[in-house]
Write a protein of this length. Structure first.
Ligand SMILES: NC(=O)c1ccc[n+]([C@@H]2O[C@H](COP(=O)([O-])OP(=O)(O)OC[C@H]3O[C@@H](n4cnc5c(N)ncnc54)[C@H](O)[C@@H]3O)[C@@H](O)[C@H]2O)c1
Length: 333
């Protein structure tokens, strides 16, 4: 049984507590939040779990093995550092930290103390992403051409981060998980309209092997869109996360170009074959992820969404901020 303390019971914290509470191998021993309203909500739902305003009480409890940090990003570093210094494993929300330097410090500290860090990249545990990863591993799409993701909706405006730091960690972590090649450089553009933080932004990531990725994040869209296109030489796929069934569709479509010797024109041939929708497992991703964390702790295994994975995403976010400030300058990673 892995015993948890959960810090932060705002919007996402209740999902973490509910899932931990329902896992056989986990137990929530304490919840902490600075806000009296949040504490009241927690206590109303979980009569038997102590709820406190004092985070250090949770950090120093000798009964607790792991801390889940579900607070805003600017608090992640100090809270995770305190948890590791107190000998606790850490489950921390995306984005891992506010900068690469903080991420590296936490990774080193966890290594010294022989503790695990898992960064909540929830989408990696969805049936759709796991299916897409399987397809890519089987080389179903052939040589990759592009990754193009749209994550737009109206709001929720954040008070502490722009739309890139709020929404793009999802896309960047998925991209990091699916594309084996390393990103080389990126460009980000965006604009502020309402509260001083960029609310519309576009990121382009250049990889080796001519793979290009594009991420569109927007809090000012009239409709919600969650669509990712992945194009390969052999096949292309569309993942529409808002589809109740058939979230992933694989198209046997492609283009090949040849030039006939002695001729100046190019021969372009288009292939338009079948479309199929592979079976995608319907599971609550967060539950699966937390179960995996418990398993990693119990069996002393390193999670794939560890501090290093979190740091790779923060490196891209940091580069995106630099590029954004220079209206789309190329930043090498
Ligand atoms: N994985 C996902 O899909 C997903 C979804 C939503 C949010 N998140 C992440 O979860 C984190 C929290 O987001 P949210 O939307 O729940 O924010 P929120 O503002 O709704 O809740 C944060 C809570 O943390 C509390 N808090 C802040 N600092 C604290 C401290 N030092 N000690 C104790 N309590 C503290 C606040 O009082 C608040 O109740 C963010 O990192 C966000 O990116 C992840």
């Amino acid at each position: 049984m892995v015993k948890f303390g959960v810090i932060g019971y705002g919007y996402w914290g209740p999902n973490v507590v509910r899932n931990l509470d329902s896992l056989d191998g986990a137990q929530v021993l304490a919840i902490s939040d600075k806000s009296p309203t949040a504490r009241k909500r927690a206590q109303k739902t979980y009569h038997d779990i102590p709820v406190t305003a004092d985070t250090s009480e949770v950090m120093s409890s000798t009964d607790i093995d792991a801390i889940a940090i579900v607070t805003p990003v600017w608090t992640h570093f100090e809270l995770a550092k305190a948890a590791l210094e107190n000998g606790k494993h850490v489950f921390v929300e995306k984005p891992f930290t506010s900068c690469v330097q903080q991420a590296e410090k936490l990774i080193n500290l966890a290594e010294q103390k022989n503790l695990k860090i898992m960064v909540d990249h929830t989408f990696l545990f969805t049936g759709a992403v796991r299916k897409i990863r399987q397809l890519l591993e089987e080389d179903a799409l052939g040589k990759l051409y592009y990754y193009d993701s749209t994550r737009v909706n109206l709001g929720l405006f954040q008070h502490d981060v722009n739309v890139i730091w709020d929404l793009a960690p999802h896309d960047l972590s998925i991209m990091d998980y699916l594309i084996k090649e390393s990103p080389e450089a990126l460009v980000a553009t965006g604009q502020t309209h309402l509260n001083g933080f960029e609310d519309v932004a576009f990121i382009t990531v250049y990889f080796s092997e001519k793979i290009i990725a594009h991420i569109n994040v927007n809090w000012l869209s009239p409709v919600k869109v969650r669509t990712t296109l992945i194009g390969g030489e052999k096949k292309m796929l569309v993942w529409n996360d808002l589809e109740p069934d058939e979230k992933v569709k694989v198209y046997d479509k492609g283009v090949s170009i040849t030039s006939r010797q002695g001729l100046y024109d190019l021969l372009v041939s288009y292939r338009s074959g079948d479309m199929w929708a592979p079976q995608v497992e319907q599971v609550e991703a967060l539950r699966m992820e937390l179960g995996y964390f418990v398993d990693c702790i119990s069996n002393n295994r390193e999670p794939f969404n560890d501090g290093a994975a979190g740091c790779r995403v923060v490196r891209m976010l940091e580069a995106a901020s630099q590029s954004l400030n220079k209206r789309g300058a190329l930043v090498y990673l």
